[in-house]
Ligand binder design. Structure first.
Ligand code: G16
Length: 544
């Protein structure tokens, strides 16, 4: 008897992937055929997947398991020969990227809405990563969208739901399924990159840290690597149990949402080091004792200190950063005479550069750092990189950052987010700025001379693909920048992001607070965008 069936369906008009896959409210994904249509559109856009291997897992949020059952049955009906699934359906995004590469899969579905809240009223997401382990590039996501608009049916298998609670092999119709413990694969990869013995000694010498897993996917990975393998004190990992609704929290590792960690690190008896990761384990926040490291500075510092890390010593071919990320890393690249690339926001733009061997380290201001060990940003990897540096340099986080600023100058940086703005108002804000920008070059703004204004576009240096509309830039003659951009990852209204950066070479001023140093630029950005008038808000939702 044939268990494969075809089910009739009609297109949904809203299945164009954003910055990182298709992210929507859970209730949207729960509509009949919604998930199925998107998954079939992916298989169709790939030109068929018969005989191929697939990786499947998610961050464990609400709807993860239901979606896995759906996708597995569809994978079998579409002719996939083997699927690797994370135990309990859980894989962190970097672990999934690693498995795709390791098993030479055609790609993998990663089920996550990253740092967005979960639960029945929260968000869900589906992202497809390609055979290189990285997020599908724009030409594929556009092809998926087109297929989703033409769809009339999808393929699935009539089969009972499977269990993923134990590591096991079984057949789903003609497809082999292997449920694996992804933590051990990932920790092996980490031990091949970092000096685990040095980090073990650091902890045995009394170094203290707190890692906030935010009830998201990194808990089991962090507990195994930090506490069990590296010997950090029990209890180092807090909020370590993954929960379908992240304990009601917002699993976004920044100063606002990782407040448990921030309170500990800014308290009287703060530990030496603090870190957090997000819903799917690809983001990271780094804190020293009463000290916050901006993601842009973190990238620059990892690059500057890469030679103390075994997996990277003498191996940094180049660095890439997204356009709104501060130019701190550019200074390191210049000093080390290595290439530096500026890409649009979205990890998918780094893939070609890494595949072509042009860059080793990549980073984004949105708490993303990673390297060519996988094709995703990697939260725990960044934490281990920092631990390796701390183990060798034996200095505090603050001292390492201040010495870095003293050597290279400080790229003072901040991002102001206005979340859940009405879409029409957000578009008006961007349009206002766009119009004003045409006459700004040559004029003074925030006490600086405006050198240029544009809407950032990018031509991929490897395959020549052109991509536009990635953010309005005001660039001053001293290199300072104000950038306005709409987020591509929100699921409710629009998020307006304002990125502010200035260069401060004067060490005496490095001790000052970033908001204070950026104040004239903040005022200018508000006046130009008219955000207070148009939104009725007098402060951003989140400042990082
Ligand atoms: C995703 C992308 C990142 C991007 C971030 C923010 O991260 O992978 O490359 O920087 O979104 O994007 P936006 O500014 O458009 O909201 P994640 O961690 O959400 O997958």
């Amino acid at each position: 008897m044939c268990n494969k069936i075809s089910v009739s369906s009609n297109p949904f008009l809203d299945q164009r992937p954003g910055t990182s896959g298709l992210r929507k409210k859970v209730r949207i994904f729960q509509q009949a055929h919604y998930l199925e249509n998107f998954v079939q559109a992916v298989f169709d856009a790939l030109g068929g997947v018969s005989g191929e291997t697939l990786v499947l897992g998610g961050d464990g949020r609400y709807y993860n398991e239901t979606a896995i059952q759906v996708i597995l049955k569809m994978a079998a009906a579409n002719g996939i020969k083997k699927t690797w699934v994370g135990q309990n359906g859980i894989l962190s995004t970097p672990a999934a990227s690693h498995l795709i590469r390791k098993h030479q899969a055609i790609g993998g579905f990663i089920l996550s809405a990253s740092h967005n809240p979960g639960g029945p009223d929260g968000d869900f997401g589906v992202k497809f990563n390609m055979a290189n382990g990285g997020p599908a590039p724009e030409k594929i996501t556009e092809a998926v969208f087109l297929k989703s608009q033409q769809i009339s049916s999808y393929k699935t298998t009539v089969w009972n739901d499977c269990s993923f609670s134990n590591c096991a092999d079984f057949m789903l119709d003609e497809m082999s399924v292997e449920v694996i413990d992804a933590v051990s694969d990932y920790s092996d990869l980490m031990s091949s990159l970092f000096d685990f013995n040095a980090i073990r000694s650091l902890f045995s010498d009394g170094f203290s840290m707190v890692f906030d897993a935010m009830h998201a996917v990194t808990g089991p990975y962090a507990t195994e690597i930090l506490e069990n393998i590296l010997g950090a004190a029990k209890g180092t990992v807090i909020n370590g149990q993954p929960l379908a609704d992240f304990g009601g929290g917002h699993p976004d590792p920044n100063l606002t949402y990782a407040s448990d960690l921030v309170n500990i690190l800014f308290s009287e008896n703060a530990p030496d080091f603090g870190a957090a990761s997000d819903g799917d384990g690809d983001r990271n926040m780094i804190l020293g004792r009463r000290f916050f490291v901006t993601p842009s500075d973190s990238l620059a510092i990892l690059a500057a200190n890469a030679d103390v890390v075994p997996g990277y010593k003498g191996k940094i071919k180049g660095i890439a950063r997204s356009m709104p990320t501060s130019m701190a890393a550019d200074r390191v690249a210049e000093r080390k005479a290595i290439k530096c690339f500026e890409t649009p926001t979205g990890w998918k733009f780094f893939g070609n550069l890494m595949d072509a061997g042009q860059v080793t380290l990549c980073g984004e201001e949105s708490f993303g750092t990673g390297s060519d060990h996988v094709r995703e940003k990697d939260g725990l990897w960044a934490v281990l990189f920092w631990l390796n540096i701390l183990a060798v340099r034996k200095e505090s986080v603050e001292s390492i950052v201040r010495k870095h600023w003293a050597e290279y100058g400080r790229n003072v940086y901040s991002r102001h987010d206005y979340e859940e703005v009405d879409n029409a108002i957000a578009n008006k804000i961007m349009e206002n700025i766009r119009v004003k920008c045409t006459s700004l070059p040559g004029k003074q703004l925030a006490g600086r001379l405006v050198a240029a204004c544009d809407d950032f576009s990018y031509t991929d240096p490897v395959d020549g693909t052109f991509s536009s509309g990635h953010g309005l830039r005001i660039i001053f003659d001293d290199g300072s920048r104000i950038i306005f951009r709409l987020s591509g990852t929100g699921t409710k209204g629009a998020t307006v992001r304002i990125y502010l950066e200035l260069f401060e070479p004067d060490v005496a001023r490095h001790a000052l607070d970033a908001q204070e140093l950026l104040q004239t630029m903040i005022t200018a950005a508000n006046q130009l965008s008219e955000i207070p008038q148009l939104t009725g808000r007098n402060a951003p939702t989140v400042i990082t």
